[in-house]
Structure formats: structure tokens, C-alpha cells
Design a protein around this ligand. Structure first.
Ligand code: SF4
Ligand code: SF4
Length: 447
């Protein structure tokens, strides 16, 4: 049944222009292979994968090229049939170099992928499903890139009762989850069957924002009668898609500070991740491509593309008709996505979009984005969905009082949504300050 949530939404938040009309109606298209694909061995939180190929070796599309190294790690698969040219360091979105497998696709490499050993839904145990998800290299495709199989094993003593499938996609410009919900409906329900069995949850809530009524209708109509699924629609507001906001809005439960979703007996899985589980496990395949939105005013051929993992951002932009005056490119949406400083970095499993802006939008040509001092207007305080004080945190960040930020002002609860930066009339890059401050706190506590 389709209905609005009891509580509908969370408190605070912002309403940036959605800018989804350019691509929301465009079906997913297959992207061509770049001349070289760069597959980082660390595309997820946790330990990097361990390569099982060597330089000069031929690989076929979909073949495992690196295995998980421990529990919090996942496998990597060849995005194209070709030759492993090098295994060496490559630049990453995080700014540092990461060991990566460079594959040169054969000119005749096709988009076909052979099936491997399937994970049969009917006979597989919950542990076998968890292992199959790890082998398939599945991580959160919404952007977090947390290994999905780890989420499915809650800490000892925690019971899960509700499975959320997150199709909110509240980031401006991004329409990948929207298209996946329209085009991979059956995969989503198959993925839900695997997740129900692996977690033992009994209730499923698919969360969608009100700007995707066609997706909500499609899922409601396509839902098999034996699945305990409810489609819940929330009003459009940013960051409605953040896991904590989904729980708060649709379940009325708050994840405690420093806690996990398992503390409120819930688990949340992105809708595209769920679709990949449903698509890959019955065929015994791994992730070697993903759906992304390539958009923004800086590209001509905007759209939703199924693109090989490892495609360099530069190749993706050039293939989509990049403008000459691009000044800023985001991996993911412009609110939470990091800004790209090197176009030679590759698309990874966590990349939900490439959004490009020209000097006309960013104002960099006119100096319009100059940063001014805080005027204590409190707009950032009213925007923060978890009731932090970004203004005070910003002032402390400037004087490098990182420990005080964490201890007195709950810095580590900040999930870097960027709502505070978005509303700041002084253009103070608050979220950038908080990212750096969190890194410093982690460093200090590890010392
Ligand atoms: S970035 Fe952090 S401090 Fe700013 S609004 Fe989001 S959660 Fe609050
Ligand atoms: S929105 Fe900007 S100017 Fe206003 S209080 Fe927050 S940091 Fe200061």
C-alpha cells in the first residue's frame, strides 16, 4: 500500500533545488569501455582486497581479480576482458594513492559476463548468503561503500526486526536509484528475499521521496503478494535519504549517539545495492559495473549509465560532451559528494554520480564565493538534522580545538550532509572543516 509516513519526515533540513528533470526520465544506457580501466583494491571501508592476478595476465570480464582480505573486505572483479598491464598506485578521490589493477580492455571485449556458481535462495543458509554477498564484492552503492555483508551480521545479542530499502535519493541531480526502481523492480524484490533470509527480519519498508511517484507505484504494483513489503513516501527534503533520517522519519526510532542501526533493531540497504544482490547472486557474478548519473550544466549528454568500475572520470566526462569551462566536478551529488581535484581518478563502487559545473554556476570566475566571517545568524543551527551547532563547531575548527569539538559539541555524530554549508550566507565551508576535524580526532585518538 502507498501512503505517507506517520511522522512523514525529520526535523530541520533544507530544500536545495532538485535538478533531477534532465535525467529522471532517461533509461539506463550501457557505457563504453575506456582505453584503460583502473580498479582500486580499496573501494570500500575496511581492508583492501588482495590481488589474485599478476601483471601481463589476461582476464575475462567478471573474473575475480582480488579476494577479500578478512571479514571487513570484499572481492574485486574485472570490469572488461583484457590484459592486466600494471598493479601499482593510482590517485583516489580521498587524495592519496591506492594500490590498483590497471586493465587494458581487448578491442573485442564484449559487455557479456559469464555466470559463476549461483547462491540458490531456497537452499542457501543465512551465512552462505552473507558469504556470497562478500564474494560478489557488494558494498553500499548509495555512496557509503560499506561492505554490505558486514551490515547483515549485527553484533552479538542484537536482533533485527525491520529491513529498510532506501530509495529516497535526496541528493540533487542524482537519478540512478530512481531509474533502478523503475527498470530493475524484479531484481529489487529478489534482493529483498535474500536480505530477509540473511537477516531474519520480518518487515520491509521501502522508503521513497514524493518526487518519485512513478517508482513508488511501480514497486507497489510489482510487489509479490508473499513479501511483507510496505512502500512509504516522505515529503521532499534534504537529507531525507540519510540512514538516520530514514529511521527517525519512518520508524520513529533514533539511533543513539555513537550507536548502530542494530541498536534500534533495524537495518538499511540502498535500493540499488538490493537490486545488485538480486541480480548477481542467482548468477554467481560479482560487481564489475554500476549505474551512475552523469549530469550537471557542465555536460551535454546527461544521463543514467551502467558504467564499468575503473572508468576514469576524464573519459566519462569527455564521452558525455564536457564543456570547456568546467570548474567543479563532484563524485556523487553536490551536497555530500567530494569535489574532484584530479580527473584521472576512477569511478568506484561508491560513485553514484559525476556532476559537473561550469564557472557560470560556481561563480569562481567572478569571485562570488568569497568566504566572509560568521554573522551568527543561526541558519546552520536550524538546518542541521541532528541538532548540532555548526556555527560553534566552525569557530572551534578554525582554532583547531578538535578534541573540544568532539567532547563538548558531538563532532563525531556529524554525517557530513552539508546542509549547514548550504545555508550559510557567509559561504563558510563548514562541512569541509568538519571532515578535516573528524580526521584529526581519529588521528589523535589513535596516537
Ligand atoms: S554537515 Fe554535520 S553539522 Fe552540518 S548540517 Fe550536516 S550533520 Fe549537521
Ligand atoms: S550560517 Fe554561517 S554565518 Fe550563520 S551562524 Fe552559521 S556559520 Fe555563522
Amino acid at each position: 500500500m502507498l501512503h505517507f509516513a506517520r511522522k512523514n519526515t525529520f526535523r530541520h533540513g533544507v530544500h536545495p533545488p532538485e535538478n533531477k528533470d534532465d535525467t529522471a526520465h532517461l533509461p539506463i544506457r550501457q557505457f563504453p569501455f575506456a582505453p584503460v580501466l583502473i580498479v582500486p583494491l580499496s573501494q570500500h571501508l575496511g581492508k583492501p582486497a588482495r590481488p589474485v592476478v599478476r601483471e601481463g595476465q589476461e582476464v575475462i570480464r567478471g573474473e575475480t581479480i582480488a579476494e577479500a582480505d578478512g571479514f571487513v573486505s570484499v572481492a574485486m572483479h574485472a570490469p572488461a576482458s583484457g590484459m592486466v598491464r600494471r598493479i601499482t598506485l593510482a590517485p583516489s578521490i580521498a587524495g592519496h594513492m591506492i594500490p590498483s589493477v590497471f586493465i587494458e580492455p581487448f578491442p573485442a571485449s564484449t559487455q557479456e559476463v559469464d555466470d559463476g556458481e549461483p547462491c540458490p535462495l531456497d537452499t542457501a543458509t543465512p551465512d552462505e548468503i552473507v558469504q556470497a554477498i562478500q564474494r560478489a564484492g557488494i558494498v553500499g552503492l548509495g555512496g557509503a561503500a560499506f561492505p554490505t555483508h558486514v551490515k547483515l551480521k549485527p553484533p552479538e545479542g542484537k536482533q533485527l526486526d525491520t529491513l529498510f530499502i532506501n530509495g529516497v535519493e535526496c541528493e540533487p541531480y542524482l537519478t540512478t536509484d530512481h531509474r533502478v526502481m523503475l527498470e530493475q523492480t524484479d531484481d529489487i524484490f529478489m534482493g529483498i528475499r535474500y536480505l530477509l533470509k540473511a537477516t531474519g527480519t520480518r518487515e520491509v519498508i521501502i522508503a521513497i521521496e514524493a518526487n518519485k511517484p512513478d517508482a513508488a507505484d511501480r514497486l507497489r504494483q510489482g510487489c509479490p503478494g508473499d513479501l511483507p513489503v510496505t512502500v512509504r513516501v516522505s515529503p521532499v527534503k534534504y537529507p531525507q535519504g540519510a540512514e538516520k533520517m530514514v529511521f527517525s522519519a519512518l520508524l520513529g526510532r533514533e539511533v543513539p549517539s555513537g550507536g548502530l542501526p542494530a541498536d534500534i533493531n533495524a537495518i538499511c540497504c540502498n535500493v540499488a545495492t538490493t537490486a545488485e544482490i538480486g541480480r548477481l547472486l542467482p548468477r554467481g557474478r560479482g560487481i564489475q559495473e554500476r549505474v551512475i548519473t552523469i549530469g550537471g550544466p557542465g555536460v551535454a549528454k546527461r544521463g543514467n549509465y551502467r558504467i564499468p568500475i575503473g572508468t576514469p572520470v576524464r573519459f566519462a566526462l569527455e564521452a558525455c560532451g564536457a564543456a570547456d569551462n568546467i570548474s567543479r566536478v563532484f563524485m556523487g551529488g553536490p551536497m555530500m559528494g567530494p569535489s574532484v581535484s584530479n580527473l584521472d581518478i576512477p569511478i568506484t563502487k561508491g560513485t553514484s554520480g559525476i556532476i559537473a559545473f561550469t564557472t557560470a554556476e560556481t561563480g569562481e570566475a567572478t569571485g562570488h564565493r568569497k568566504v566572509y566571517p560568521c554573522i551568527h545568524c543561526a541558519r546552520c543551527v536550524e538546518a542541521c538534522p541532528i541538532f548540532l551547532n555548526p556555527s560553534q563547531l566552525g569557530l572551534l575548527a578554525k582554532v583547531e580545538e578538535y578534541e573540544r569539538m568532539a567532547e563538548e559539541y558531538h563532532l563525531m555524530d556529524c554525517f557530513e550532509c552539508g546542509a549547514c554549508s548550504y545555508v550559510c550566507p557567509s559561504h563558510i565551508p563548514l562541512v569541509q572543516y568538519f571532515r578535516l576535524a573528524k580526521k584529526m580526532v581519529r588521528k589523535l585518538s589513535a596516537a
